[in-house]
Design a protein around this ligand. Sequence first.
Ligand code: AMP
Ligand code: MG
Ligand code: MG
Length: 320
Amino acid sequence: MSVYMMNKEGIDMPVILRLISSCVGISKEAGKIIRDIMYKGELGVIQKGTGGENDPQTEADRQAQKLIISVLTRDFPKLKIVGEEDDIKLEPNLTGNWISEEILSLKPTPELETIKEEELTVWVDPLDGTTEFTWGAVDHVTVLIGVAYKDRPIGGVIHQPFYKAIKGDPNLSAGRTLWAIRGLGYGGFEAKSPPENELIIAGTKSHKSVTTQKALESTGATTLISHSGAGAKAMLVLEGKAHCYLHASPGLKRWDTCAPEAILTEIGGKVTDILGDPYNYAASVHPMCSRGAILAHTPTIHASILSKLPDDVKDIFRNK
Ligand code: AMP
Ligand code: MG
Ligand code: MG
């Protein structure tokens, strides 16, 4: 499949494969932009929060979103796209193409063949873990691109820009890209089961509250991990380093959870809000995951954690 064909009308390739191929390619290019800005040390930090809370945005968040959304709007004009950052001017004269040949070579399922571009919504977190990025804690940084078909995740990409990246090394293959497509499997990592006879639960490091802690402790976890970044915590579950990522608080947005949910579901996991209901990923919904999230490695782990959450914790979320 040639790059040129990606931009031609009417090519015989399901849009979902062309889209995920593009998302894999641009997430890597966004990762390169993020590394370059970090290595130059000109982060351009501004605060997005109005209430005095720490909610930074950097030049890397801005540039990465500009690239991702400029490419997607150019190549997929009927897509609905929701990006985390506001007021990012797109680049109308972009000439580059970034794709994954691996994705284009997959054989689509009948369901995937029927999907139309206008039925897809892309949720973009151009840089997850910005606070940690400003501290130089780059292992927590991911680029998250989730794709929803109608209102549910159908594909996703998590790119880690700093995976095996060494400052000054021009190696463009630095970084790692995890992807999945419903019914077609996943790639870029090895899905591993968490250890038996243990219960390892990952929770927020930067947005702790009495409720988040109460929820985590109610699970009877043998180990609680405080870890930063939604993408980074989802990866702990994907790679069997945690049984579950539990966030009993509002704060997560759909651009944090769409790509992780798509990938975790494809490896056999289960993701819902704190009450056990699925999130709707239609572009028209408010991005806030106001009922928190349970991202579990298996439906059994999910059911067990859901059953242990105390009613007074669940009650906090019932009317949200
Ligand atoms: P954390 O687990 O605290 O690293 O957060 C994971 C993701 O959710 C990041 O994108 C955060 O920006 C977002 N997030 C979680 N909780 C909050 C909150 N209370 N306020 C703002 N953002 C939050
Ligand atoms: Mg985020
Ligand atoms: Mg972000």
